[in-house]
Design a protein around this ligand. Structure first.
Ligand SMILES: [Zn+2]
Length: 203
């Protein structure tokens, strides 16, 4: 059995993220959005610990079912889910544009059931790390999982080649192969260009 979880902070679940899953997720794979934002009234939670995402991942790990995480602003392209699920590796990810380059982060990741059985304490150990942010804080959950899996347990992540879309209002707008208008223009500029008749795959 395998599944997809789309963790989201309230107000940040992108329509394109949902539309792409509706379009490209195989019908045999179940997926669900899960709100991990336990204190939506806080405009800026930092430096207050914000642990909902960590706790969701820890619960997921405990259930030991192969799971693909698609974060609330990641937009899959055809074949991504099939390829992740067909892959023999236990820890896989697809890259997207973030922090000035295309790289694999937690936003589009598969963790296998095998990995959860083999390392049942992984999320617990990640939750103990409190360097540079409070323990279990969502800002560092990606890095802390990497720290435990890669550095401590010596598990190699398998990076897939296909780039997925990433919507990021604050920095570079909509990025990825499906956004042909202008990958790095601010979002309002893209909206203007779309109004002028450019095509969008997800239109
Ligand atoms: Zn793989």
């Amino acid at each position: 059995m395998s599944r997809i979880i789309v963790p989201f902070a309230r107000g940040h679940l992108e329509p394109d993220t949902v539309a792409a899953l509706e379009e490209y997720c195989p019908k045999s794979v179940r997926w669900a959005t899960v709100c991990v934002d336990e204190e939506p009234e806080y405009e800026m939670i930092w430096p207050k610990p914000h642990t909902g995402y960590h706790e969701m991942l820890a619960a997921m790990w405990g259930e030991k079912e192969t799971t693909i995480i698609i974060e609330h602003d990641i937009v899959i392209v055809p074949g991504v889910i099939e390829s992740l699920l067909a892959c023999e590796h236990d820890w896989c990810g697809n890259p997207y544009f973030v922090a000035s380059h295309v790289q694999v982060c937690l936003g589009c990741t598969k963790f296998s059931s095998n990995l959860m059985f083999k390392y049942p304490n992984m999320m617990h150990d990640a939750g103990e790390i409190d360097a540079s942010a409070p323990a279990k804080d969502w800002h560092r959950v990606d890095i802390r999982i990497d720290e435990v899996l890669r550095q401590k347990l010596k598990v190699e992540r398998h990076d897939h080649d296909v780039q997925v879309g990433h919507i990021n209002d604050q920095h570079k707008g909509r990025t990825g192969p499906q956004y042909t208008v202008n990958d790095t223009a601010p979002r309002w500029e893209q909206a203007m260009k779309l109004d002028q008749g450019a095509d969008s795959v997800l239109g």
